[in-house]
Design a binder for this molecule. Structure first.
Ligand SMILES: Cc1cc2nc3c(=O)[nH]c(=O)nc-3n(C[C@H](O)[C@H](O)[C@H](O)COP(=O)(O)OP(=O)(O)OC[C@H]3O[C@@H](n4cnc5c(N)ncnc54)[C@H](O)[C@@H]3O)c2cc1C
Length: 477
């Protein structure tokens, strides 16, 4: 091997945590390399990680297409639009998804280049002393060295022992984004964010979807008023959500897959065409760390870091899904940027208390801050304001009046402690709440902020008013 080429910063992993770290480090005047080993099914390499290639972006592309199909079938007539017989061209829908992904991942390569980052396809392995061995797709090897290394190797789907992936009948979330035919009967294991989004896509496109969830409660991570509303709407849409259902075995054959599970009534089984396993993701560090780097893992396989994402090894950092905290692209992005700032001697900070969560179903779900259950458990005195989208002129005009905005504020200080939205564009509306809470706004601050009429954002305004029983456009209870 030739002498190690030397960088200020080497980032291993070019997903939403890694590539922003590389770009910000380069913007800070540092010499940076970003190494990524992602391989598409056709063998091509691409930056962007899970998020762009197999997660956030392709899932949203299909959610949008399938929602339009669903609305054309079920809603156009209400608007007075007669479209004739509707047909589904799944191949075209999938081509659109693939085109979006290709455009976005190509865009990352261009952004890295424009920022002056040396982008390298290959697998990176951290060696002691901040050296990095890179194995290129053709098998050739080179050794690089850096003052700082940022590990951003992401996560992979959890596989169930009783349901090993076969890539055809039993698939992970990536496989479920690439079906070339709509299954007649689809079983989704796991009613978490990914399971609900994928279940919604295939239900809207015509599949019978059964969702098996081991927990007794639906969406335990969300405010339970919101979770209850969500369960009601999803069941009305025909998603067959079975709670307390623990999968025990599966048998794939030429007639489909038999899934066995237990629930409160005992042993159950169902016959489906395909199964999507969406029971969570685990940190990915396979092949990443050579002996003697000093980087440590916790008992669940996450790279151990302090509150600034610094590992146990000097000047080795880790960000994104491979470290503790919610597995979300925007969380990883902010960590990557914060680390790049710290390396450059600047200020970097992630406010872990205010990371918004979004579920891109219909109705959409989004929240930030604390749930009512968390406030109760912590003994915090709070007031709650709820405004239904049924009372929003814009939502009615959009034929999207399901759901509500719920705002929780401290009873004595009026500080906003949590905002929970189920309804149209919830993922966009939550941004106002995040900003307000970043500035530690009170409910009164939102009450006194003018919101354009008629907009969906008026529902956030009215929920703030409702917290003081001063809503104008709905009854104050
Ligand atoms: C179906 C689905 C939908 C999702 N939707 C959303 C959403 O709407 N919003 C959201 O916030 N999050 C969403 N997520 C989660 C999101 O994708 C992840 O949180 C995010 O991708 C994590 O970013 P990361 O950079 O830490 O890791 P990753 O995106 O996993 O990227 C890690 C990269 O590092 C590479 N790598 C690993 N090891 C090495 C190595 N040794 N050498 C070189 N390269 C290596 C990998 O190949 C990969 O390219 C979704 C996930 C899935 C599966």
């Amino acid at each position: 091997m030739a002498d190690a080429a030397s960088y200020d910063v080497i980032v291993i992993g070019g997903g939403p945590a890694g590539y922003p770290a590389a770009i910000r480090a380069a913007q800070n005047g540092l010499k940076v390399a970003c190494i990524d080993g992602w391989k598409n099914r056709d063998g091509s390499n691409a930056f962007g990680g899970t998020c762009l290639n197999a997660g956030c972006i392709p899932s949203k592309a299909l959610l949008e297409s399938s929602e339009l199909y669903h609305r054309a079938q079920h809603e156009f007539a209400t608007h007075g639009i007669k479209a004739g017989a509707l047909t589904l061209d799944l191949a075209a829908m999938q081509r659109r998804r693939a085109t979006i992904v290709k455009g976005m991942t190509g865009g990352i390569a261009s952004l890295l280049k424009a920022a002056g980052v040396t982008a390298i396809f290959g697998n990176g392995r951290l060696l002691p002393g901040r050296k990095v061995e890179v194995t290129a797709p053709d098998g050739s090897r080179q050794e690089l060295a850096a003052r700082h290394v940022i590990l951003a190797s992401g996560s992979v789907p959890v596989e169930l022992k009783v349901l090993p992936f076969d890539g055809r009948q039993i698939v992970d979330s990536w496989g479920a984004l690439e079906f070339d035919a709509v299954p007649q009967r689809l079983c989704v294991i796991g009613a978490g964010v990914i399971g609900l989004e994928l279940g919604s896509v295939w239900k809207r496109l015509g599949a019978e979807v059964i969702v098996l969830e081991a927990l007794e409660k639906f969406l335990v991570i969300a405010d339970q008023q919101l979770a209850g509303e969500a369960a009601r709407h999803f069941r009305k849409q025909g998603l067959d959500i079975r709670l307390g259902a623990r999968v025990t075995a599966a048998k794939a054959g030429k007639d489909g897959v038999t899934v066995s599970y237990t629930d409160a009534k005992g042993e159950q089984s169902l016959q489906v065409d395909q199964v999507v396993v969406a029971v969570g993701r685990r940190p990915f560090t396979s092949g990443l760390l050579a002996e003697g780097t000093g980087v440590t893992l916790d008992e669940r396989g996450f790279i151990q870091v302090d509150e600034h994402c610094h590992t146990a090894a000097e000047n080795v950092w880790a960000v994104g899904d491979v470290v503790r905290g919610p597995m979300l692209a925007h969380k990883g992005k902010e960590e990557g940027i914060a680390v790049a700032e710290r390396i450059a001697g600047r200020y970097g900070h992630v406010n872990y208390a205010l990371i918004p969560s979004v579920i891109y179903t219909a109705p959409e779900i989004a929240w930030v801050g604390q749930t009512e259950e968390q406030l109760k458990a912590a003994g915090v005195g709070y007031k709650s304001g709820v405004f239904p989208f049924a009372a929003s002129g814009r939502a009615r005009a959009m034929e999207a009046s399901a759901g509500f905005v719920k705002l929780l504020a401290d009873k004595s200080t009026d500080e906003i402690l949590g905002v929970h939205i189920i309804g149209p564009m919830a993922g966009e509306l939550i941004a106002e709440a995040v900003l307000a809470m970043e500035f530690r706004a009170s409910a009164e601050d939102l009450q006194r902020t003018i919101h354009a009429h008629p907009t969906l954002s008026e529902a956030v305004h009215e929920a703030a008013l409702a917290a003081d029983k001063r809503a104008i456009d709905s009854l104050n209870r």
